[in-house]
Design a protein around this ligand. Structure first.
Ligand code: DAH
Length: 342
């Protein structure tokens, strides 16, 4: 019988704690505390007990009833204070947790570069992802049938221009926006253009059909190779630390002359040679050069008056190096477990 009384009390407290409105309270009162309630029913059984037990159990029943009544009154009062119909809010309960979003590591790399370039007075430009053949290739000194097109196969849109040629494609690089910016703003001009690019690639850990670049140009009078070098040096130090060095080696890109590859001392081995830099001590990070006169002309600028430099960073590669990411496909995977780490 004692057990039964305690059981009733525990059950009552449990349900009381869950009660959210006065209707539920009334039901609980009826079920447990009224004359026909569970506790009274047990107490009816007292008469069959011996004197001694009657006293003991009776005492327990009374204490328990007192406890239950006190708790009940307290709860009713709380509910009243919150208004007769309103819900009872237990402010001491832990709140609901909202999952915070995370920035994609590529966005982090992009933000970092944007901060640096805006602090140097560069604008941030934007251009279309669905681009014309002219801007993506021809205006950049890559005419139809130029072998450089083979390196950048992409996705063509199934529509034809007046001459019957397929003219629209997903841009393979952010370089076409160089032309758009020169046409729109003229010179002098300092602008960086981050953006998404596409290539028809067989994907693997190092190749992805959708990736990101950050393009930059500076055009004006007397802009020269030394200006390009000093800017790229700054970027290297910002990205990989103050002891980072830059080396520039010749490389052909049709839209620059001379063209080159910018390489930074490997931040991991500090130039000694390791797995990340394939034991060369250097990391290939950026394509760059002095803007080809034909490209300036396509942008509406006179190469006899103006000169400029251009560069293009692969943001995926940058983020992969910086955050030690081993598979480029993770960036677009939408995998929460991957994103949560940044
Ligand atoms: N657009 C080139 C690529 O996708 C990268 C590049 C190289 C951009 C040299 C430049 C440049 O502006 O000068 O491979």
């Amino acid at each position: 019988m004692k057990n039964k009384i305690e059981q009733i009390r525990d059950e009552f407290f449990k349900q009381l704690a869950l009660a959210k409105n006065s209707e539920t309270l009334r039901e609980l009162e009826l079920k447990y505390l009224s004359r026909k309630g569970e506790l009274s029913e047990v107490m009816h059984g007292l008469k069959d007990l011996s004197m001694e037990l009657k006293k003991e159990v009776g005492e327990l029943a009374n204490t328990v009833k007192g406890e239950m009544q006190t708790k009940f009154d307290e709860m009713s009062k709380n509910l009243e204070n919150y208004g007769k119909k309103s819900e009872f809010i237990d402010v001491s309960l832990p709140g609901e947790k909202f999952a915070n979003g995370h920035l994609n590591p590529m966005t982090l790399a992009q933000n970092e570069l944007e901060d640096l370039f805006t602090s140097l007075g560069f604008m941030i430009g934007d251009g279309p992802e669905l681009e014309s053949d002219y801007y993506n290739f021809t205006a950049l000194n890559i005419p139809p049938y130029h072998p450089a097109r083979d390196m950048q196969d992409t996705f063509y849109i199934d529509s034809k221009n007046k001459e019957g040629q397929r003219d629209l494609l997903m841009r393979t690089q952010t370089s076409p926006v160089q032309i758009r910016m020169m046409q729109k703003y003229g010179a002098p001009l300092k602008v960086v253009i981050p953006g998404r690019c596409f290539r028809c690639e067989a994907t693997d850990a190092r190749h992805e059909h959708t990736f990101y670049q950050l393009e930059g140009i500076m055009v004006g009078k007397d802009i020269n190779f030394a200006n390009l070098k000093s800017i790229l040096e700054l970027v290297g130090k910002k990205l990989f630390g103050p002891s980072t060095e830059l080396r520039m080696r010749p490389k052909f890109y049709p839209f620059v002359e001379p063209g080159n590859n910018g390489e930074y001392t490997c931040f991991l081995c500090k130039g000694k040679g390791c797995r990340v830099c394939k034991h060369t001590g250097w990391l290939e990070i950026v394509g760059a050069g002095l803007i080809h006169p034909d490209v300036l002309r396509a942008g509406g600028l006179d190469p006899e008056v103006y000169s400029g430099f251009a560069f293009g960073f692969g943001l995926n590669r940058l983020a992969m190096l910086k955050y030690n990411i081993t598979d480029v496909r993770l960036f677009n995977s939408g995998d929460i477990k991957f994103l949560e780490q940044f």
